[in-house]
Write a protein that binds this ligand. Structure first.
Ligand SMILES: Cc1cc2nc3c(=O)[nH]c(=O)nc-3n(C[C@H](O)[C@H](O)[C@H](O)COP(=O)(O)OP(=O)(O)OC[C@H]3O[C@@H](n4cnc5c(N)ncnc54)[C@H](O)[C@@H]3O)c2cc1C
Length: 473
């Protein structure tokens, strides 16, 4: 192919690669590709490309690399750090994987699924279930996020405690590299010690090193036997003690351990049709789920006996165990509705931090002390995947407060909470990534040696800086 230096000709060549039905150039139809999920970032682009296969992706990337045109890989565009939309230059093309959504192979004996990167997460879960297997990654955006996006952000979600992050659910990858070559690593092997594990480079890279086009995912036995409980505790320290006890006595059958504080429950009761599960108000709650593929495992009585022991030790003070799937779904609604409800409360500053599990109570105590002193009447909410040490910590403006005054303090609040996190050996981004939103934090909290190595890898793999330019680094 002859590479033109005329931008209009390059655009025409890119359109020719995918064919008439598979691009958008009318800017009035681009909005959902240019604006991020939170509506915080609005970019510009001359062209949205929707390739049908890896060869088309390779041809697009080869041309863009020769012409030094930036590419923004895009999945379901549900990312929360601004990584999935182009910048404002109007020079970057978006490559949406939405039409590469075929499941290529499901092997129930090998417990693997091979698929294209544009498959929607909920459809992947269903396909696994249809053959009596389970793909355990689960998050609130699962109806629209894609596997390629999940792997590129190393998504977490509700079942990390038992199955790990997205990164831990992958055996093989096919990636189109920034020079257009295709790295074919679609291996279905659980053991493969043949040098550097190159796929790890692209997992969590947020599209800055290449475009993931296919993957081999790990499947698991389908857990249909479940026991769900909401447990109340009087102090924060008891939450992590209860988790440790449950892990020990359940044979590590615990799949979820989600924390919510009293402020979260009060808001849910006030803003939704959900009711308080207990007749009394408690300060701390954990939503607990045990699961197993063994139908003969009596998880309900196992949970009852662990909770009884927790009452005796003074760790738990009240609990309900769901006696039906409907009741379990009702308990889960508390946690699943929470983020959406909180976002209607006004201006806020949100943190997605992780801390060693044993230090989570210390983090919440110190962060809340700081917020109460620094922002009197500010409203604090702490919840999240405490089983993975991942806390979503929100500070909202005071009711009837001055929003501008509150937001003016944002930088100081962020610095203080991130400092508390760092002093407890935590991470400023547990599961949402870096994107555009957390670039400053990366510079400040990651060591110089690590940043230098990241830059060197980027320069080696993508010397023309065409892959998601300006994101992460
Ligand atoms: C309601 C809601 C709840 C959420 N809950 C969680 C949660 O519990 N846990 C969690 O971890 N995240 C959560 N998220 C964030 C988000 O859903 C995840 O980050 C998800 O993995 C992103 O997938 P996506 O397909 O939408 O990717 P996008 O948003 O399209 O892209 C995300 C990043 O990946 C890159 N990318 C996308 N596809 C590819 C590809 N094929 N190759 C290379 N790079 C690619 C993009 O360039 C971008 O940098 C939530 C988001 C919402 C809106």
């Amino acid at each position: 192919m002859i590479i033109s230096s005329n931008p209009i000709e390059i655009i025409n060549q890119l359109k020719a690669i995918v064919g008439v039905q598979n691009y958008i150039e009318d800017t009035s139809q681009m909005d959902s590709y240019l604006k991020d999920a939170r509506g915080l970032f609005q970019g510009l682009s001359p062209l949205i490309l929707k390739p049908l296969n890896s060869e088309m992706v390779s041809a697009i990337v080869t041309l863009c690399n020769e012409a030094c045109i930036g590419i923004v890989p895009q999945g379901g565009n549900t990312g929360l750090v601004g990584g999935s939309v182009p910048g404002k230059s109007g020079l970057e093309v978006v490559v949406s994987l939405e039409r590469m959504n075929k499941i290529i192979d499901i092997d129930p004996i090998n417990y693997t699924m091979t698929l294209e990167a544009g498959c929607i997460l909920s459809e992947v879960q269903t396909a696994a279930r249809d053959v009596g297997r389970m793909f355990p990654l689960s998050l609130a955006a699962e109806g629209s996020c894609q596997i390629g996006g999940n792997l590129s952000t190393n998504a977490g979600g509700m079942a990390v405690l038992r199955y790990g992050n997205a990164k831990e659910l992958v055996l093989g990858l096919e990636v189109v590299l920034p020079d257009g070559s295709i790295m074919s690593g679609l291996r279905r092997l659980r053991k493969d010690n043949t040098g550097y594990d190159l796929k790890q480079l692209f997992l969590g890279a947020e599209g800055t090193l290449g475009i993931i086009t296919k993957a081999v995912l790990k499947l698991f036995p389908l857990s249909t036997n479940k026991a769900t409980s909401l447990v109340a505790m009087s102090d924060l320290g008891s939450t992590t003690k209860l988790l440790a006890k449950l892990r020990e006595f359940s044979g590590d059958n615990i799949t979820a351990f989600e924390y919510m504080d009293r402020a979260c429950i009060d808001t849910l009761i006030e803003k939704t049709d959900l009711e308080d599960v207990f007749s009394q108000k408690y300060q701390h709650y954990a939503l607990v789920e045990l699961s197993s593929s063994r139908q003969d495992a009596n998880l309900q009585s196992l949970l009852e006996s662990v909770l009884e022991a927790a009452f005796v030790d003074g760790i738990a003070i009240d609990a309900v165990i769901a006696t039906s799937e409907t009741q379990a779904a009702q308990l889960w609604r508390l946690r699943e509705t929470l983020t959406e409800v909180l976002r209607s409360l006004g201006a806020f500053i949100a943190f997605d931090v992780s801390i060693p599990v044993s230090l989570v109570p210390e983090f919440i105590t110190k962060a809340t002390k700081f917020c109460n002193e620094f922002c009197e009447l500010g409203r604090v909410f702490a919840f999240g995947h405490i089983g993975d040490g991942n806390i979503h910590y929100y500070l909202f403006e005071p009711e009837d407060g001055d929003t501008d005054n509150f937001l003016a303090k944002k930088s100081e609040i962020k610095t203080n909470i991130n400092d508390i996190t760092a002093k407890l050996d935590g991470s400023f981004s547990a599961e949402h990534g870096v994107g555009l939103v957390k670039k400053q934090e990366l510079k400040y909290y990651k060591s110089h040696v690590e940043i230098k190595l990241m830059r060197e890898i980027k320069k080696t793999v993508d010397p023309n800086n065409i892959m998601n330019p300006g994101k992460v680094l």
